[in-house]
Design a protein around this ligand. Structure first.
Ligand code: PHE
Ligand code: CO
Length: 296
């Protein structure tokens, strides 16, 4: 029997018509996965696995091996949770899809990472507009085995609860930080730049583009700069930000953001592709192929 995600309704919002999902935690309906579901997982897993050698950060690859995910079948959340709990006290919980912001932050603050239980269809291997099991599990979960990154994610959750109470502008600043680190971050290692962002490691095209294309900017991590930078949701990023270590991420985000949000409220946002004089530029993008409509 195939289970289907419990879509509550489609609702018109300022971002257009979006699916709304039930927001509760669900048991992973593992025995409901079809042969096709497992094949989609296997195809994506093998493809990314090969592509990420020499491209993903060493911690991502090491953590992934330690967790024991394999192409063979869709992993069982319970099996992964045994490893995760022992390593960093994190666990994954099954959900139907994107959660309301506050619900999401509260999960993270309590070291629970919500993972969409359903996987994309065979015709969606290369692109999907919303997170699915492959993005969430393959992309986000391995680094939760790393103690420093695990602490960063929990601190982000607490910061999210606070920003949510402060209002939409603070939340927009914080969301950009998540976007440019957790989803699209690069890390500088001894042999060169490597990927750690979940949005990249789960995408074939962007895994190559972010490192090898001349088009995007690659710029050193700068907290307030990132919090002012708009981004793309419908194309590859115009700019990637590079950290030196997960400790750098942790240290930069330790201070109370409340005065930072107040300061940023006075300043204009920065277009996604812009390079500033104050930037540490690893690569200045050629801008080739960039969409010209407005960034988010
Ligand atoms: N220090 C941030 C605050 O006071 C919280 C935070 C930590 C945000 C880590 C992001 C990442 O809001
Ligand atoms: Co994600």
């Amino acid at each position: 029997m195939t289970s289907t995600p419990q879509r509550v309704e489609h609702q018109m919002t300022d971002k257009g018509y979006v699916p709304l999902y039930a927001t509760g935690v669900v048991e992973q309906p593992w025995s409901g996965y079809t042969r096709t579901d497992h094949d989609v997982w296997a195809t994506l897993f093998e493809r990314q696995q090969q592509l990420l050698v020499g491209r993903a950060g060493s911690e991502f690859l090491r953590s992934q091996r330690a967790m024991g995910m394999s192409a063979h079948e869709i992993p069982k959340f319970d099996d992964l949770n045994r490893m995760l709990r022992a390593a960093t006290g994190w666990e994954i919980v099954g959900v139907e899809g994107l959660l309301p912001e506050l619900v999401f932050f509260e999960h993270l603050a309590n070291r629970r990472f919500p993972v969409t239980w359903w996987i994309r269809k065979p015709e969606q291997l290369d692109y999907l507009a919303e997170p699915d099991l492959f993005h969430d599990l393959f992309g986000h979960v391995p680094l939760l085995m790393n103690p420093v990154f695990a602490d960063y994610m929990a601190a982000y959750g607490r910061g999210g609860v606070k920003a949510h109470a402060l209002g939409p502008e603070a939340l927009a600043n914080l969301t950009r930080l998540y976007w440019y680190t957790v989803e699209f971050g690069l890390i500088r290692e001894a042999d060169g730049l490597r990927i750690y962002g979940a949005g990249i490691v789960s995408s074939k095209g962007e895994s190559i583009h972010c490192l090898e294309s001349a088009s995007p900017n690659r710029i050193g991590f700068d907290l307030e700069r990132i919090m002012r930078t708009r981004y793309r949701i419908d194309s590859y990023q115009k700019t990637y930000f590079v950290i030196d270590s997960y400790e750098q991420l942790m240290d930069a985000t330790r201070p109370d953001f409340t005065p930072i949000y107040a300061r940023l409220a006075e300043r204009a946002s920065i277009p996604a592709g812009e390079v500033l004089e104050t930037d540490t530029v690893f690569h200045r993008g050629t801008g080739e192929g960039w969409p010209t409509d407005a960034d988010v």
